[in-house]
Design a binder for this molecule. Structure first.
Ligand code: KG4
Ligand code: ZN
Length: 352
């Protein structure tokens, strides 16, 4: 089985062809990506209109490259998968419409993929992880702990009541004068810093539920920076390192609470899976690795390139759904909001 996957929900234009081997494992035949970072850098964040236009300009070429590199023709495909949300609506429309047009022209089934489900199922592409597992999804727009019980079967155990973790990294970077996107910059600068110099809060630590809160931590960083006034390079490095250390503690504590909720509601997880752009962070990876070892859990962290937005995760989710007969109609409408767990309550700003 071979599926083309298209991703355009944020600031990455991506396409990939993934095949399912006879043993059920996945094989990435191509994984093309155009990152719009430079287009948005001057604004310090993603500008939806600029993103939508860039997707329109790039998508045909990216799809063609993905097909060429995989060495397949459209007639060799079994389906066309496109991310249909959640995300910036202009971009989602570009990718989904491209997917629909290709599905119509090639008479192949369309799979309208939930971008969050794609992050959630990547661990099955990379590590053949068996259900059920506990997913910590940490990206620029989402921070959630989810019990992944099967394809399309998710229970949200916790979410953020304010900022997403990646968003907190991006805001901290911005207030310290580091370029966008902030996560990788904060990590880079933190490498030379002292994580114990500033004693920053660990919001929600010790709470029995598995929810997150990041805005107080971000504010504490801002107040510390204001108190310091003109900051030396050492100050910036120490503040980045102290912020990152606080985030690690928060993620470990909240994941521990999520694990407890999982055991109560679902049973024993086969693994702890970490996904989303923030999972590219090495210090966070090490913190979660310690938690997994201490809890006797297998830890699955897809390689960084498959943690950030990409087309392969969309193609793989297309395969997982297609083999269960879960295909979509060409009338499927793009969805700016699309929670993984439809029963979970909407939280505060709706980011989750
Ligand atoms: O999953 P993703 O590529 O896009 C979505 O938000 O869906 O995640 C992007 C987020 C950004 O906020 C970025 O700053 C953050 O992930 N990020 C990182 C790192 N690499 C990316 N945060 C911390 N450390 C990193 N190394
Ligand atoms: Zn994402």
């Amino acid at each position: 089985m071979r599926v083309l996957g298209i991703e355009t929900t944020c600031d990455e234009t991506a396409a990939s062809v993934v095949a399912m081997r006879p043993d059920g494992g996945g094989e990435i035949l191509s994984n093309e990506i155009f990152s719009q970072i430079e287009e948005h850098a001057a604004y310090g964040g993603v500008v939806p209109e600029i993103a939508a236009r860039a997707h329109v300009e790039m998508i045909d070429g990216i799809v063609r490259r993905a097909m060429d590199k995989a060495g397949v023709r459209f007639s060799d495909l079994d389906g066309i998968a496109a991310a249909a949300g959640p995300g910036l609506i202009g971009g989602v429309m570009v990718g989904l419409t491209t997917g629909k047009a290709l599905a119509l022209a090639t008479r192949k089934p369309l799979i309208a993929v939930n971008h969050l489900e794609a992050h959630a199922l990547t661990a099955r592409l990379t590590d053949a992880t068996e259900f059920p597992y506990l997913l910590l999804l940490v990206s620029g727009g989402h921070t959630q702990l989810v019990a992944v019980k099967g394809v399309g079967d998710y229970v949200r155990l916790g979410t953020t009541v304010d900022d997403a973790v990646g968003e907190a990294f991006d805001k901290v970077a911005k207030l310290l004068g580091l370029p966008y996107p902030g996560g990788p910059q904060v990590e880079r600068v933190a490498r030379g810093g002292d994580p114990e110099r500033f004693n920053l809060p660990r919001p929600m630590q010790g709470r029995p539920n598995a929810d997150f809160s990041l805005s107080g931590l971000k504010t504490a960083v801002r107040l510390t920076a204001e108190r310091l006034g003109t900051m030396t390079a050492t100050d910036v490095a120490d503040l980045c390192a102290s912020f990152q250390a606080a985030v690690v503690d928060v993620l470990v504590d909240r994941t521990r609470a999520g694990l407890k909720a999982f055991r109560q509601q679902v049973g024993y997880p086969n693994a702890l899976v970490v996904a989303g752009g923030v999972a590219a962070n090495d210090t966070i990876r090490r913190g979660l690795a310690r938690l997994a070892t201490g809890s006797g859990l297998k830890l699955v962290m897809p390689p960084a390139a498959l943690c950030t937005d990409n087309g392969a995760m969309i193609a793989w989710t297309g395969i997982e759904r297609l083999r269960l007969g879960l295909v979509d109609d060409l009338t499927f409408a793009p969805r700016p909001r699309w929670p993984l767990d439809q029963n979970a309550e909407r939280v505060h700003n709706g980011k989750a």
